[in-house]
Design a protein around this ligand. Structure first.
Ligand SMILES: [Zn+2]
Ligand SMILES: [Zn+2]
Length: 311
């Protein structure tokens, strides 16, 4: 089974994306993730496929690891060109299928939450412009729901979906023989954000930690992430990410150890320094996910005014 990495430019956030082309035989392909819906990413995708001897029309299946724009953005173009069947986990499906209708409302949902987190108004309004840019990086696409453990029949091969919620609630990894496509669940160079998506969901960090442990039993697989280089030792990387979250948790408790309650934004500033534009959302979301987990363990308490204090 031949699998090829296609690097797609993404100047908007994170880094360039990896899409993976799986050769299915009979001139057909499956694609894991797609990149943002911008001409330069689409061009890179088409050129990458051409180097392998394929046209976009050869893509029969598009497997999305999660609902973020840098992963599903181009799915609608591929579907229009080839009629490919698009799959995404059921919990991320609505935001992919109904993206065009839902995304314009996202700013107001975030603004409400950021205010509760103590973010000053002057930091919130500019985010509307960022959201307007993001809105152009994807389009709604019809897709089929995936569930944990489901086998996807790609013709000559089967691929297994593993639900790994945390980064988004519908994040999934795909197992193909001894390869594991990890999307943004596990990345080689930095820890994926937890807590800045799915604002209505609870316990993102606790779920994320459970999703890391779940992959430990796959010992020996070669992990192919949504950004960056392959991860040769998956379990070692999982241990690093767990340590990172343990350390961050300890830092948050230290910040609160002087007895003064703080807002999510104040803690995020103390941890990450100056937070610019979209990083306000990422940083605060991450801190909130930690506070939520710490509160569940009764290490901190959320006060009525939205601040948090040590117990
Ligand atoms: Zn992501
Ligand atoms: Zn990503």
């Amino acid at each position: 089974m031949r699998v090829h990495t296609l690097s797609l430019p993404n100047p908007y956030f994170e880094k360039d994306n990896n899409a993976y082309a799986i050769e299915l035989g009979d001139g057909e392909l499956a694609l894991v993730d797609t990149g943002v819906d911008r001409p330069e990413a689409f061009r890179a995708l088409v050129e990458g496929l051409a180097r392998l001897g394929y046209a976009p029309q050869a893509v029969r299946f598009v497997l999305l690891t999660h609902k973020h724009l840098d992963h599903f953005g181009l799915a609608h173009r591929l579907k229009a060109l080839s009629g490919a069947t698009v799959y995404v986990h059921a919990q991320d499906l609505p935001d992919v299928v109904e993206f065009d209708g839902r995304y314009p409302r996202v700013h107001d949902q975030y603004a409400k939450r950021l205010r509760a987190w103590g973010v000053p108004e002057a930091r919130i309004e500019p985010l509307r412009r960022t959201r307007d840019v993001f809105l152009k990086l994807g389009r709604s696409v019809p897709a089929e729901p995936l569930y944990d453990g489901q086998t996807i029949d790609l013709g000559r091969v089967e691929l297994r979906a593993l639900h790994t919620p945390g980064h988004t609630m519908g994040s999934a990894c795909f197992l193909l023989g001894d390869r594991l496509f990890t999307g943004d669940h596990i990345l080689p160079d930095y820890t994926p954000n937890v807590g800045a998506t799915d604002l209505a969901a609870q316990g993102a960090l606790t779920r994320y930690r459970a999703s890391l442990q779940k992959l430990k039993e796959l010992d020996g697989v070669r992990a192919l992430p949504g950004h960056g280089r392959p991860i040769p030792d998956l379990n070692a990387r999982i241990d690093e990410i767990v340590r990172h979250h343990d350390e961050r948790e300890a830092r948050i408790l230290r910040i609160l150890s002087d007895g003064r309650p703080r807002t999510v934004f104040e803690i995020a500033r103390a941890l990450f320094g100056e937070l610019r534009e979209h990083h306000v959302v990422l940083g605060c979301g991450e801190v909130f996910a930690h506070l939520e987990a710490l509160e569940a363990r009764e290490a901190v308490v959320g006060l009525e005014d939205g601040r948090y204090a040590r117990r």
